[in-house]
Ligand binder design. Structure first.
Ligand SMILES: C[S@@+](CC[C@H](N)C(=O)[O-])C[C@H]1O[C@@H](n2cnc3c(N)ncnc32)[C@H](O)[C@@H]1O
Length: 306
């Protein structure tokens, strides 16, 4: 099954997709949003970035019909300035971030993202990078495990989960998603609405991929690459990400003086954003019924005004 793009109409509208303008999808995945944007922009180009080689390959195949108007780039979006330089791009009219993981990653057992599929504890989006979830689980000191689960999973049973992991890994390394999910299930007496391993898996994925650091590092850089009137849309799927987007947009809405700007594009002396979504946009009930994975999505949008 192909990944269903979340808030698709809202993205195309809020990015203000216009013929012959240029856009960047910093998390192109398998190309759902990218396809809808490319359909709207006439001869305009879309650069699609993803750090997952498989995603870029699938996006390349499914967007072949757009020829060289789709430019796939396999890289981390934190390198967006270098990517622009290499492609000889100055500014663009819209930038999209659709955070989190894609269905092709979640559904593939060998990627180790899901407690519903048994596979090696990997969870790397970029498999050229070191540091799998298995290494975190088997090597982090107990105190660091507690911090990781608390900071990235907002898990309440952190100490009990970390203790159990440390006890069991002393006997034999924890190698698979199922082993880890069973260990966590064993820590909880009662089962709630969500699977007990949900928060631990989220925390590990965020840590393995440095997701919050990447998001924090990229929003100002990306804003600097927008032309005046260009828009930045960010869809997040949990409160930790949404908080970063909200705070960064607020900070950038006060204007970043030239001397402090993280990137210094040619002509612009500072970056100032106008926040277009006082409250984040969320999927309609209809969309959530059709695509349950959209239920936690929140989209924030801002426009560059200086
Ligand atoms: C939710 S999916 C995007 C789905 C896409 N919008 C679509 O419609 O198919 C998020 C994608 O972002 C990628 N990703 C996450 N963090 C990234 C980063 N720091 N740099 C580049 N790609 C990243 C993931 O590999 C994944 O493919």
């Amino acid at each position: 099954m192909r990944h269903k793009p979340v808030l698709l109409n809202e993205v195309v509208d809020m990015l203000n997709c216009k013929p012959n303008k240029n856009y960047v999808d910093c998390t192109v995945g398998t190309g759902g949003h990218a396809e809808a944007i490319l359909e709207r922009i006439g001869k305009g180009r879309l650069v699609g970035i993803d750090c997952d080689e498989t995603a870029i390959r699938i996006a390349g195949e499914s967007l072949k019909k757009f020829g060289d108007r789709f430019v796939p780039v396999c890289d981390n979006f934190t390198n967006v300035e270098a990517i622009f330089k290499k492609l000889n791009i100055g500014f663009v009219d819209g930038i999209l971030f659709d955070l989190g993981i894609s269905l092709h990653q979640l559904d593939e057992p060998s990627r180790g993202f899901s407690f519903m599929r048994d596979g090696p504890l990997d969870m790397r989006m970029d498999r050229t990078k070191e540091g799998t979830a298995g290494e975190f689980v088997n090597q982090l000191p107990e105190k660091k495990l507690v911090e990781l689960l608390r900071n990235f999973g907002e898990e309440r049973a952190t100490r009990r989960i970390a203790r159990r992991i440390v006890e069991l890994r002393a006997k034999k390394p924890i190698r698979t998603t199922k082993e880890l999910a069973d260990i966590i299930s064993g820590v909880f007496r009662k089962r709630g609405r969500i699977h007990p391993a949900t928060k631990t898996f989220q925390a590990l994925r965020i840590a393995v991929n440095g997701e919050l650091e990447a998001l924090h590092a990229v929003l100002e850089k990306a804003s600097c690459l927008l032309s005046i009137g260009g828009r930045i849309c960010v869809i997040s799927y949990h409160s930790l990400e949404d908080r970063i987007v909200k705070r960064e947009f607020l900070r950038l809405s006060k204007g970043t003086p030239w001397e402090n700007a993280k990137c210094k594009p040619g002509s612009a002396s500072k970056v100032k954003l106008l926040i277009l979504t006082k409250k984040p946009l969320v999927p309609s009930r209809g969309e959530v019924l059709l695509n349950r994975r959209s239920r936690s999505a929140k989209m924030r949008v801002a426009e560059r005004i200086e």
